[in-house]
Ligand binder design. Structure first.
Ligand SMILES: [Zn+2]
Length: 110
């Protein structure tokens, strides 16, 4: 993490830090360049999300990266929300080689 000294623009250093909760930390920073600045630093995790991994057996059939295959077919990648929506409905992930099946999974088409 790079924080600049508001006084001289030098890179601040962390002196001490301690967790204040499971998701937050408090630290003291100082400027080793000008030695005229120190401050408390408060950091907290936000917008927390948990990843959902989905099986990807179709990658066995790819001879190049998915991004290139999508570009060749003029398709955009499915978003995470679109893939999760299929899982919630109990539907399989669409095949990149079945373009109709694939584009029907786009949320903005429904
Ligand atoms: Zn400074």
């Amino acid at each position: 993490m790079k924080l600049k000294c508001p006084d001289c623009g030098g890179r601040l250093r962390f002196r001490t830090s301690q967790a204040t909760s499971l998701i937050s930390i408090k630290a003291t920073v100082y400027c080793p360049s000008c030695l005229r600045f120190k401050a408390d630093f408060l950091g907290q995790l936000g917008n927390m999300k948990r990843a959902v991994y989905i099986d990807c057996p179709e990658a066995n059939a790819w001879d190049k990266p998915e991004r290139e295959l999508l570009k060749e077919k003029g398709l955009r990648a499915l978003s995470n929300a679109e893939r999760v929506a299929l899982v919630r409905k109990g539907l399989p992930q669409p095949s990149l080689f079945n373009e109709e099946d694939y584009t029907n999974a786009y949320l903005d088409k429904k």
